[in-house]
Design a binder for this molecule. Sequence first.
Ligand SMILES: [Zn+2]
Length: 412
Amino acid sequence: MSTCRFDRRTLLKGTGAALLTAGSGALLRTQPIRAADPSAAPSPAPIPGSRVPIETIRRAPKVLLHDHLDGGLRPQTVIELADETGYGGLPTEDPDALAAWFLAGADRKSLELYLEGFDQTVAVMQTPDAIARVAAECVEDLAADGIVYAEVRYAPEHSTAQGLSMDAVMEAWLAGFATGMARAADAGTPIVVRALVTAMRQTDRSREVAAVALRFRDTGVVGFDLAGPEAGFPAIDHAPAFQAIRDASFRATCHAGEAAGLFSISDALGACSADRIGHGVRLADDLFDEGGETRLGRVARDVLDRRIPLEICPSSNVHTGAVPSIPEHPVERFRRLGIAVTVNTDNRLMSGVTVSSEMATLSATFGIGLEEMRAMTIAAIDGSFAPYEERMRILHEVVEPGYDRLIAEGAA
Ligand SMILES: [Zn+2]
């Protein structure tokens, strides 16, 4: 056990997060820590109008809380795994064309249509080797984007079509994460990546999946999640699974307020006691303009007062039709109200994004700079399900010095 002493929590106005503040200098120092320097990775495409250049954003230490393992495969890997496993359902074997096919399929303004692309990725994730490879590459790709801590989620039941047990899926997945973290550390870009175990709304296995999450809680799983089509499949139907998580003093997030309205967020926070909300964009339905002021309804007030983090995924929300466009996205309104906004990818392959590109898109649209990015990163590490000591270490040894350095450079 750690002997760290952390004795204060200070709420900083405008950070959108309860800022964790260390007590004495007894921080864990298990290895040299530095923010990722992804200079070896290919340069991302510039985002026109971004106040902060995307190359600078990539150098900033970032935290990712909402990313699907089956939504972030490299196109080349999909092609190679299909070849190895004899899967013949891919629309093309050209990686660029395949990436374009996924994006075109995702951007149809419907969550149900958005989810169709996963049939292809899940089809090639049916063996332990394939799952481990996808997981290791996921970690390497996140590290190359300058992410220093991530929680990546997956529904293990998706990989049971050819006879794997959910436990076998978990073992391959977590082994892949370990491989990826070792490779990233060797490359000088250390990253911590943990797993969230997802249950699907449209199946009846959530209690079984919650038990899987709890079995692997000491070997890399930090929480439970519920995903899938919202309409017609309310989270409250899965309340017993969330209760099992809560009874075991474990953590949970829940996709809500994406394809369904405010009641879905209420369900997630009430009956399911979720610690975070995946998306939550429909919380905007509970904000009312009155005489130039914003009045918060009961649910929005609860989210603000309890510091419930929202896992915002801007481009995905446009692709699924949850919001009409980035300029109409409520993320900036939430942030200005002090809600704990975090910036996420959802599905890097399907939506063609990285955390850096999403930050640049918000910078181009709303004019946010490095200070705002720092605040949202602090909200993310604070809202993560990592142990307190690890959150403190990442905050004080990686996030804060990383942004201090960039801001001192006059990067924004
Ligand atoms: Zn998601």
